[in-house]
Design a protein around this ligand. Structure first.
Ligand SMILES: [Fe+2]
Length: 262
């Protein structure tokens, strides 16, 4: 992963995260691990996904074994999932928000499958045995690219409606995050293309770190949309506004939620 310029506070967090992850790796008693988890959680709350991913990448490069690395990532994800709470907003089935929420659920499941598949690949040690896993990774990455349609639908239908009501900042932030996540997906695709040319373990490490980062970013993003953006939209947009939003989303069209090949 290319190094990004971090602020002194972020660099400090990166080092602290590394130190706690090294301790978790070295510890064997469940009681001690529970204690370390509490400190890990505090640090995770302060750091953004990029800093966490960089710290994990550092450890992988330091020579932490694949299994140790995955075990630390599992704890990270377990703590992170506990934190995330998406409200189930009550809207009729044919409401644009209902489809956005359904999109989120499906995209998250694909991201989770991607992470799991890369984790399965880590059980092997050479390219010859993972052909079917690679095909699955490719399929999931393609699905995630198709799901960009979810973002385009929001950017061209929901965001302008909010801007018209003077709500500009939240859509702008969401748009920025869409752009970042698209770049992450492209980075994953580029790395995927390098399979078989790269060192097996290094490739798995980098794929795993990138897919974790994307998954975590998207979890946070859905949380913001469902807790802030959609709630605000439901308050400020009139019934007529929603009809217009619905029409605009239909013009953009919808990505297929099923996993069947086209
Ligand atoms: Fe979004």
């Amino acid at each position: 992963m290319a190094d990004i310029l971090l602020s002194p506070a972020q660099t400090d967090l990166r080092e602290k995260l590394k130190s706690i992850m090294r301790q978790i790796k070295a510890e064997t008693t469940p009681k001690e691990i529970e204690k370390l988890k509490a400190s890990f959680k505090t640090l995770l709350d302060q750091a953004d996904p990029v800093v966490i991913a960089m710290a994990e990448q550092d450890l992988a490069q330091e020579g932490m074994s694949m299994n140790e690395f995955l075990a630390v990532c599992d704890i990270h994800l377990e703590l992170f999932r506990e934190k995330i709470q998406n409200p189930d907003l009550k809207v009729p089935e044919d409401h644009p928000i209902a489809r956005f929420q359904e999109d989120h659920r499906v995209i998250l499941s694909w991201m989770d499958k991607l992470r799991e598949t890369i984790k399965e690949i880590a059980n092997y040690d050479n390219w010859n045995e993972v052909e079917s896993h690679l095909a699955k990774v490719k399929f999931l990455l393609e699905k995630l690219m198709e799901a960009e349609n979810h973002n385009v639908r929001q950017e061209s239908a929901l965001f302008p409606a909010l801007e018209q009501k003077g709500i500009e900042k939240p859509p702008a932030i969401m748009w920025q995050e869409h752009t970042e996540m698209r770049q992450d997906k492209k980075a994953l695709l580029l790395l995927f293309e390098k399979a078989k040319e790269m060192d097996f373990t290094l490739w798995v490490n980098q794929m795993y770190t990138l897919s974790m980062r994307l998954y975590e970013k998207f979890l946070l993003h859905t949380q913001k949309e469902q807790n802030i953006l959609y709630k605000v939209a439901l308050e400020v947009l009139s019934q007529q506004d929603w009809l217009n939003v619905k029409e605009a989303t239909e013009e953009v069209g919808f990505f297929a939620l099923s996993e069947e090949k086209k």
